[in-house]
Unconditional design. Structure first.
Length: 402
């Protein structure tokens, strides 16, 4: 059952029905509505739109970047550097770093009043493709120009944290167990660790799963001006509840490896599922043997602003994947993703493409296959995910409004 694309078509139709365009930050212009909600049950299939092809590789790598689920070699670049993304050929965040690079280079050019041809050549801009190549091949360049400011990965993993260069003459309190680094300019690099919201979330889901504070927030008001793009998907909240033994048995029967279950039944002289369902003790034993979760897990996202052609379907898939990942590491059943949107809009340059999507046939949702051996949220890698039976309509390319 595809419970995603009918909801997307309904939203597209509502937005397209608006007669007036609104002005916006990019200058492109939008049609929009305010306040909308969609719900997706994971039992119906993985909510990846079939109306057009979503670039799955980019979606997975971006989420791993948000979570810090990558090798240690990237830690030196900080939380919100695009180096990891560029190395994995994910380029849609480049636009903002490249825009910042050009603006800063032009500022330096103007400040120095560079008129002669030799110096002008020195300050020649790289084009965007060469900029990406430089990020990939030159670590020093990536450190300088690949930083987006304290965007999602920084807020999720290091809320309030920062690095400060302190003159050696300044008196400050040493942090127990930390190593202070002195560079050749006579400064000490002091790293102030922030709050890792993901760690707190996982701990709370394990220790206090009925908490009403299972929240991760990206909208850090004190740091918005330092971000090259303030967060659109700004806050998400988890909700967990106990399920019945009957629901657990049903889940086990439907989702667990058929051969493993068959071998268990043969070993324990069990004829079929009806026999298990008749006897509570047999139910308890099989549930314990396969460690079937006792709880299900829901996730709700509040998104202040959503480009419904490029971003919306992508965000649905990304947060549904996050729901699956978190559910696995806390041993719960991924149940429902709820998406609440503030400003749901279509840019004027995607109107025609969206009208084409409305004409397309709705296809069957794919399935998500995930490596069940991973027990730590930062242990996931790209290879741990597989989208099965994904057969979407072709993509219709539109430009990103920056």
């Amino acid at each position: 059952m595809n419970n995603l694309d009918p909801q997307l078509k309904e939203l597209y139709s509502k937005i397209l029905a608006k007669k007036r365009f609104k002005t916006d930050r990019t200058g492109v212009g939008t049609k929009s509505i305010f306040g909308h909600q969609m719900r997706f049950n994971m039992e119906d299939g993985f909510p990846l739109t079939t109306l057009r092809k979503i670039h799955i590789k980019s979606m997975i790598h971006e989420l791993l970047w948000f979570l810090g689920s990558y090798d240690d070699e990237y830690k030196k670049f900080g939380y919100s550097n695009i180096k990891y993304l560029i190395d994995n050929d994910v380029t849609f965040w480049t636009e903002w770093c490249y825009k910042n690079y050009k603006a800063e280079k032009f500022r330096i050019y103007q400040e120095n009043d560079l008129k002669d041809s030799k110096t002008v050549k020195q300050f020649r801009f790289l084009n965007q493709k060469d900029f990406e190549k430089k990020i990939k091949t030159d670590d020093e360049f990536a450190l300088k120009w690949g930083n987006l400011g304290p965007v999602y990965p920084s807020q999720w993993q290091n809320w309030g944290g920062y690095t400060e260069l302190v003159p050696q003459t300044k008196i400050y309190k040493e942090t127990t167990g930390s190593q202070q680094i002195v560079d050749n300019l006579g400064y000490k690099k002091v790293e102030i660790k922030g709050i890792n919201q993901i760690n707190i979330l996982i701990d709370q889901l394990i220790e206090n799963p009925d908490s009403r504070r299972l929240i991760v927030n990206s909208w850090n008001v004190s740091e918005l001006d330092d971000m090259l793009l303030p967060p659109c998907h700004m806050m998400f909240q988890f909700y967990s509840e106990i399920i019945s033994m009957e629901e657990r048995i049903e889940y086990c029967e439907k989702h667990y490896d058929k051969d493993d279950i068959k071998n268990y039944m043969l070993k324990n002289n069990i004829l079929d599922w009806l026999e298990i369902k008749r006897y509570p003790r047999k139910q308890i034993k099989i549930l314990e043997h396969f460690n079937v979760p006792e709880r299900k897990l829901d996730l709700q996202l509040y998104q202040r602003s959503s480009d419904q052609y490029l971003g919306g379907p992508y965000n649905i898939a990304s947060y549904s994947l996050l729901l699956h990942m978190v559910a696995q590491v806390v041993n719960m059943i991924p149940n429902e993703f709820i998406w609440t949107i503030g400003d749901a809009h279509l840019y004027s340059n995607s109107i025609e493409a969206t009208e084409e999507l409305l004409k397309r046939e709705i296809k069957t949702l794919p399935k998500l296959k995930i490596n069940t051996d991973i027990e730590n949220i930062r242990g996931f890698r790209y290879e741990d995910f597989e989208i099965l039976n994904y057969d979407p309509h072709p993509n219709i390319k539109v430009d990103v409004a920056v």
